[in-house]
Design a protein around this ligand. Sequence first.
Ligand code: 3PG
Ligand code: MG
Length: 402
Amino acid sequence: MRTVDDLGDLRGSRVLVRSDLNVPLDGHTITDDGRIRASAPTISDLADRGAKVVVCAHLGRPNGKPAAELSLAPVAERLAEVLGRPVEFASDTVGQSAKAAVGELGEGDVALLENLRFSAGEESKDDAERGAFADELAGLADVYVGDGFGAVHRRHASVYDVPKRLPHAAGALVVAETEVLRRLTGDPQRPYVVVLGGAKVADKLGVIDNLIGSVDTLLIGGGMVFTFLRAQGHEVGSSLLEEDQLDAVRGYLEQATDKGVEIVLPVDVVAATGFAADADHEVVPVDAIPADRIGLDIGPESGRAFAEHIAKARTVFWNGPMGVFEMTPFAEGTRAVAQALTEVSGRGGLTVVGGGDSAAAVRQLGFDESAFGHISTGGGASLELLEGKPLPGLEALEDQTR
Ligand code: 3PG
Ligand code: MG
């Protein structure tokens, strides 16, 4: 991939930067600005080079129609604070406001376009519809920089089609993310331990399939673990369960045994009377989850066991919280894993946290970001990269015909 350095003199050039500014919001309040801070260095660098910087990004999933609650306006405000320079916000993406904002940019100025996903063309499966939107976006700029790592797994106009239309390069965030994550798919230092959590098993099956061939130990927690526990014959009460994945999960458990990969599941869980921070809860062994209770975290004994496995590792990848960390009584499993990763980093091992939720969790639980080797801004993107899937956004950046 070409980088910004390969683009030559950018003074006075209009540079369209695709960033991933998809931050969690509570109303109009940004609850975690990690992606904005991670995107800022490329934008600042381009502005310092004298480019007219046009940033485009998505927020949430408005499905091709404008939705006031998913406006990027609050993001523009926060971006300006982080950059320490003004950000002109366009109230549309490729319309009059966008054209006017871009037209008024001077060297080193920054504009942010309204949510890309307010236009149906951005995510369209129809190449012509997507292409037409890409033409409009490309018309706003002379050069394209792909820096939205969290969206590189999407075959969207701003990610995949625009770089086919403009001279392009990868931004610093995409370069850094791919460099670190490819160390995990290459020849990681062993023992290599992967910790998977989060709600959905179905999202993780591809990566589990791929990892069984390369990891030494796979630790599983989070909502997805109940499908594993069920596959082993345990009753899981009213916990999350994906019945349709049970066969796949049984298959992985067998494959792991055949290949000598250790899959470690929790031995205890925190079982609550409901999905609420003030729900009555108790720690129970996994073979005694009461029928009317829902498992919301791994238990303390499991937290200690997971930490011991992690402590032996030279390389750790972690995606997905161990429990409902947003609620204090169910945050301890996630805290135990995060703490164990910091200790591996402290001893010189490589630790990578992937996924919006795990990244938000480490910050929310008060960990210092610098205590981890790398905190990826990509959830789905980092998993698909580890699955070995081709990523449309990276393919487009690698293609050098433009
Ligand atoms: C993310 O939050 O995972 C990225 O911003 C991509 O968003 P998406 O999953 O809605 O495509
Ligand atoms: Mg996602």
